[in-house]
Design a binder for this molecule. Structure first.
Ligand SMILES: CC(C)(COP(=O)(O)OP(=O)(O)OC[C@H]1O[C@@H](n2cnc3c(N)ncnc32)[C@H](O)[C@@H]1OP(=O)(O)O)[C@@H](O)C(=O)NCCC(=O)NCCS
Length: 220
């Protein structure tokens, strides 16, 4: 499949626009200012250090976009760069699925920017790319991010043990997803119209309890 054209998506003051090489400097500034805010949730490489290489990571994101595997967005609020949203692991065919990751700067947290951005990206993936399933995985400790999926009614799917390398180690994640047929008229619209099912993102107590105790893996 050829690379999808990167769109600009908008709702009110929130804009998702394609990342570009010249975002490196302003993005690096926001990332450095938000070091403490972001570190706990940042994807890391097994065995790697934690050098910020904004230019390199933009190059990487753009390469993924060119090969059709990702949609790398900058989140703007009222015209200011306030965060990133990446659609990654795009697959077509029998799976037709993708994942979403995101962050906003601490200064702009709590204004509903991320749920709006996630809804815009999800609606684009369903209606334009014709993907079937969108997934978001969140660390059990990340209350604010769990609120994002709760607000939008992403469905809880389960606990994934030691799933993604975050802040220096393999971390458990809760997985949430939506499939296109449960939001035929759009995720943004469903949220704005107050039609989000209240329990969709509810995490069963047994999964919460399991996530609270470390998993001891043994190799027999
Ligand atoms: C998770 C995150 C993306 C949420 O983005 P957002 O645009 O603030 O989303 P919302 O405005 O919907 O707020 C979500 C929840 O964050 C919490 N919150 C609000 N303001 C906050 C603040 N200043 N500081 C911390 N948490 C705050 C509230 O619980 C809020 O839920 P509520 O609206 O029911 O009160 C953002 O907190 C963030 O970037 N965190 C650091 C990086 C990260 O965790 N990325 C996601 C990894 S899965």
């Amino acid at each position: 499949m050829a690379a999808a054209v990167l769109p600009t998506l908008r709702d009110g003051d929130v804009t998702l626009r394609p990342i570009r090489a010249r975002d490196a400097k302003p993005l690096e500034r926001v990332l450095l200012e938000n070091r403490a805010w972001l570190r706990q949730w940042e994807a890391t490489y097994p065995g790697g250090g934690s050098v910020i290489d904004t230019r390199g990571s933009i190059r990487n994101l753009l390469a993924h976009a060119r090969s059709g595997n990702g949609l790398p967005f900058i989140i703007e609020y009222d015209g200011r760069l306030v965060g990133q949203l990446n659609v990654s692991s795009i697959t077509f065919g029998s799976l037709s699925s993708a994942s979403i990751g995101y962050w906003v700067s601490q200064e702009y947290a709590g204004r509903g920017i991320t749920p709006t951005a996630v809804a815009l990206a999800t609606d684009h993936c369903f209606s334009v790319l014709r993907l079937h399933r969108m997934e978001i995985c969140i660390r059990p400790e990340n209350g604010p991010s769990l609120r994002v999926v709760e607000k939008l009614g992403f469905r809880y799917e389960g606990l994934r043990r030691r799933f993604i390398h975050i802040n220096g180690d393999w971390r458990d994640h809760f997985a949430f997803a939506l499939v296109a047929e449960e939001v035929r008229r759009g995720v943004l619209r469903r949220w704005r119209e107050g039609r989000v099912p209240v329990d969709a993102a509810r995490i069963p107590p047994e999964d919460r309890a399991a996530a609270a105790s470390p998993l001891h893996l043994t190799d027999h």
